[in-house]
Design a protein around this ligand. Sequence first.
Ligand code: 7RM
Length: 653
Amino acid sequence: MSATADSSAIESVLQEDRSFEPPAEFAAQARVQAQQFWDMTEAAKADPEQFWGELAERELHWFQPWEKVLDWNLPFAKWFVGGKLNLSYNCLDRHLDSPRRNKAALIWEGEPGDSRTLTYAQLHREVCQFANALKSLGVQKGDRVGIYLPMIPEAAIAMLACARIGAAHSVIFGGFSAEALRDRLNDAEAKAVITADGGFRKDKIVSLKPQVDLALADGKAPSVESVLVVRRTQQAIEMVQGRDHWWHELQPQMSADCPAEVMDSEDLLFILYTSGTTGTPKGVVHTTGGYNLYTHMTTQWVFDLKETDVYWCTADVGWITGHSYIVYGPLSNGATSVMFEGAPRPSKPGALWEVVEKYGVNIFYTAPTAIRTFIKAGEDIPKQYNLSSLRLLGTVGEPINPDVWMWYRRVIGGDRCPIVDTWWQTETGGIAITTLPGAAASKPGAAGFPLPGIQTDIVDRAGNSVPANRGGLLAIRAPWPGMLRNVYGDPERFRRTYFGTIEGVYFAGDGARKDEEGYHWIMGRVDDVINVSGHRLGTMEVESALVSHPAVAEAAVVGRPDDLKGEAIAAFVTLEGTQQGSNSLADELKQHVVKEIGAIARPSEIHFTEALPKTRSGKIMRRLLRNLAAGEAIAGDTSTLEDRSVLESLRLS
Ligand code: 7RM
């Protein structure tokens, strides 16, 4: 393929022919089978309002029906106009008059060695009491509440309590700095903050309440009137009289009677901040009805959810994945959702497999970054545990390298579990592209097909579709119930960011190609594309070539300015196990990429490192590596960086 002048084209250079059909037994029992999937896709295309309207009526509880399914005034969508419901009601109350009443809703596995199970009836009670606690502090329908907690049940309880009284939550990753926290609280004009004395993270204790104190100091977050504090780590902290309250003191005083507020479909449900390269973080706005339906349906379809399943998504609730697929989607379906405070780490390499074995987890959903940690630790670790309860695996957050996918399938899935590679974004609310596990074959490295009701297209900047196997911009042409409704307080930024790159079509930054069978292959963020002598290469394929070398655990490639080629490829590589980098290994890796892809993708330099800079949700922050490779100062927002010391060690190497 020749170089092209179109700045939206991305060349596809990696060949991947493997494909795995769903096991016959799985397919036969799947909630959505192949024919059904294609029928649903057709039906949703032919008449989206009919399609979503029927599902909303059948699957959710409404206090009052809607007048109109969709009101689309580009870029502003309203779903289920005039309909009244409550997400907390749909996640809790409606399960109470059934055998689900005493079923485990949340199974929490904490650190260090704690655990707690809450049935639907118990969770309902806790949520009602906490909702009353919020009310007692003056939090009302329409207010915003910041949640800055570790991965403890109180995080889910707090979210559901906010939804119950109609206050919007904004969950902020525990571990964000005081400044990052303050910026988000101010943008949302939060009236209250829910936090903990501290949290257990890997083998350390992180402070939380002191960060809140700093964020609020000197009247710098003036909207915040109250702070609710969960006792978790027993750290000594200061409580400000009149402002701060202990959860364990308030909660028992509260009545467990708190009817769910009647909410409009389009009432604000939550704000979740995402940060791009430039500017302040954007408050992505989700509303009640569409989000409830979309996460409910996608949980059911994608995870093939059955009544007896034990389902585990390892995400943090500070990430959209935790909102949609630990809390709201699973609970709306009456599922048992596992919540885990721990993280894989060298001191406890088998921590996750212990949980799978302990609870007999059937469905396991994690991120490529975690899988690469498992690979680095070696396959002897998972082999020490009984993983035979697993029947379905999922991945989310980044493109998964085909070799990482194959390892996941073989070592964790015992070659028997289908894998769903789920592409979506904070902005899409829920999963938008994947292969439904009983309905379609999966290909390592391909996300798959758009779900019913999602009208994807691969286009150039003018919005014209590009032919099969040509890389371009991944766009969505029609509204869907789970889509973001706005950027909080900034509708113009909303329009410009999401509907301005390709005029009038949703675009949120990813490059992709569609193969001749319609599978979508995500090629990485278009901001990260590398231009070598006019060839525009996505990061995913070059990285996958590196990862397919047996010595490599993970890889990140970026462009570095080059007088001759425009850009040269700089690769940052971590190695498996205890292997050490050397000049000869660097040469071998360069040769390996040439063999896998061709001379055009040959890295000019290989940097061996212990770790790559990542966001808290595990995404490699390539723009920081770009700064390093070019010898520049780190630029732009670094508030989402998970571990600052990684940058320091990279600078020195
Ligand atoms: C769910 C989530 C969104 C960005 C998105 C992509 C990347 C997510 C996949 C993926 C390839 C996947 N929300 N991404 N899932 N890329 N394959 N299966 O991650 O807002 O935090 O990030 O993540 O670049 O635009 S998010």
